[in-house]
Design a protein around this ligand. Structure first.
Ligand SMILES: [Zn+2]
Length: 501
């Protein structure tokens, strides 16, 4: 159980009770860790395409929670899965796998596609100052364990077989759907569940998707239910239980998972464990990012990605600040103007903080409190920051308190350094290191004249041609010319893309 002395139930002496909004029951609850190390699982990316801006919100949210735990000296083991198999197009139980469709579209192997987009995910999360997870398990590496898990459910009588695979029988689970808090009809409508022949109840879901003999899958495994692939929900139960133990404290994800994916994870995990205990204690969900009134959670063609923002002259951390300026359970409306405003705010913060550097290396409330013993103003501001983060991660209030501190005439310079370092340990905005020049609005591609743009595109095309002809010196020479023009080239599976530095 909890460590002695300063950390009882996540409470530091003088700190505020940490409270989190639990989707299970839809209420605010005190958070108390159940063990020495808090297990935390976040549903990760399906690595078949570039993640768009809305896809990144869950990881910034989970990172905020990680930072709040660190602040309260609560050790965490964080697992984020990489879905490289099993996720069908349209999140359904049948049909083609997202990875296989992408591989066919880009004429690359499934492995290449998965590796490429996994790297993109790591690049984007790193640019957003997201702390790395302890483990990033790949679904394709856990298929034998998934088969064992499904076989155990079958042995316990929770399943039935159809030609299209092995299905979980939700009628056998009286608590099914509790997390969604909807009747089955509403839940299915929200989740766009498709028709499957022979399925007893529309809520029943595939544990194993048997392949159509006339249409062999690229990624396929042998199983007691024939050749095929695991159902999408199975991987999260199997990998989290394998890496975090049967029960753990925190499961996070986007609110789009609350109605179906997480409902099914709970059903199969509790059936598998069979101990009558709730599988996971706290379910936390971030709200959508809205783009022009439409949610940005499901894959939507043309939704902007982080690289589009940097191409337009914005710093990735301006996007992070934009996200943290809203509460994670509020819908946020994305507009370029809002990110521009966030970048201007970040630039003002960095300009104001720069003369205070170096900031003390503070990550915890206890360390911050020890540093401000002689400064009542700083101590009060720290208390306000602690109260804000403890109240279900109110990052807007942490941000507001940081700005108050920077304006306060009565705070000592050392007290101010501590408050800034403490706020940034929670917000992750890079206040200790960013240069204001990093936040100057760079020239956007859209600001180029048609002529300039045409000249750059011609050079890019020439380089592609030179590479095709294996004329490497010529390709290198063109790359150097582009470099001099401030053009940064990235080679992607669908050809080179470029942006201005
Ligand atoms: Zn999941």
């Amino acid at each position: 159980m909890g460590r002695s002395g300063t950390n009882q139930g996540g409470n530091v002496a003088g700190g505020h009770q940490l409270r989190l909004f639990n989707s299970l029951g839809r209420r605010m609850e005190d958070f108390t860790p159940s063990g020495e190390v808090t297990g935390m699982y976040s549903c990760g990316p399906t690595v078949y395409a570039f993640p768009h801006l809305g896809n990144m919100r869950p990881y910034v949210f989970a990172d905020t929670l990680r930072r709040a735990f660190r602040w309260r000296d609560i050790p965490v083991r964080h697992v984020v899965n990489i879905t490289d198999v099993g996720h069908a197009v349209a999140d359904t139980d049948t049909g083609e796998d997202k990875l296989e469709v992408a591989a066919a579209r880009e004429r690359r192997s499934v492995q290449d596609i998965a590796d490429f987009y996994t790297d993109v995910f790591f690049v984007d999360t790193a640019a957003l100052n997201v702390l790395p997870a302890d483990e990033y398990p790949r679904a394709s590496a856990y298929v034998p364990q998934m088969i064992e898990f499904a076989a155990e459910l079958e042995a316990k009588g929770w399943t039935y077989r159809l030609p299209s695979g092995l299905y979980f029988d939700t009628a056998k689970d009286p608590g099914y759907g509790e997390l969604a808090q909807m009747d089955a009809e509403g839940q299915l409508e929200a989740a766009r569940v498709e028709q499957v022949e022979g399925r007893r109840r529309k809520t029943d879901f595939a544990l194993w998707r048997a392949e159509d003999p006339d249409q062999k899958r690229v990624m396929r495994w042998d199983s007691p239910w024939g050749w095929g692939a695991p159902g999408w929900h199975l991987e999260c139960s199997v990998m989290s239980i394998t890496l975090l133990g049967s029960h753990f404290d925190i499961h996070t994800g986007g609110v789009d998972h609350r109605e179906l994916h997480h409902v099914n994870e709970i059903a199969q995990s509790q059936a598998y464990l069979g101990d009558g205990q709730p599988w996971v204690r706290y379910w936390l969900h971030n709200e959508y990012l809205q783009l022009g009134g439409e949610k940005m959670a499901k894959s939507a063609g043309g939704a902007p990605r982080l690289a589009d923002l940097t191409e337009a002259g914005y710093h990735p951390l301006a996007y992070r600040l934009f996200l943290l300026g809203g509460h994670y359970r509020s819908q946020l409306g994305f507009t370029p103007e809002a990110v521009a405003a966030a970048q201007a705010t970040l630039r003002r913060l960095v300009t104001r903080v720069q003369p205070l550097r170096p900031l003390p290396p503070i990550e915890t409330l206890a360390a911050a409190q020890a540093n401000v013993a002689g400064d009542p103003v700083a101590a009060r501001l720290l208390d306000t920051i602690d109260a804000a983060i403890a109240a279900d991660l109110s990052t807007p209030r942490v941000l507001a308190t940081l700005q108050d501190a920077l304006r306060d005439p009565d705070i000592t310079p050392d007290g101010l350094r501590t408050v800034v370092a403490a706020a940034d340990a929670l917000l992750g905005l890079g206040l200790a290191t960013l240069d204001p020049a990093d936040l100057d609005h760079r020239r956007a591609v859209t600001e180029l004249s048609a002529q300039e743009r045409h000249a750059i595109e011609q050079l890019v095309a020439d380089r592609t041609q030179a590479r095709k002809e294996r004329d490497w010196p010529r390709a290198d020479q063109i790359r150097a010319e582009l470099d001099e023009l401030g053009v940064q080239l990235t080679d992607t599976p669908s050809g080179p893309s470029w942006q201005l530095r």
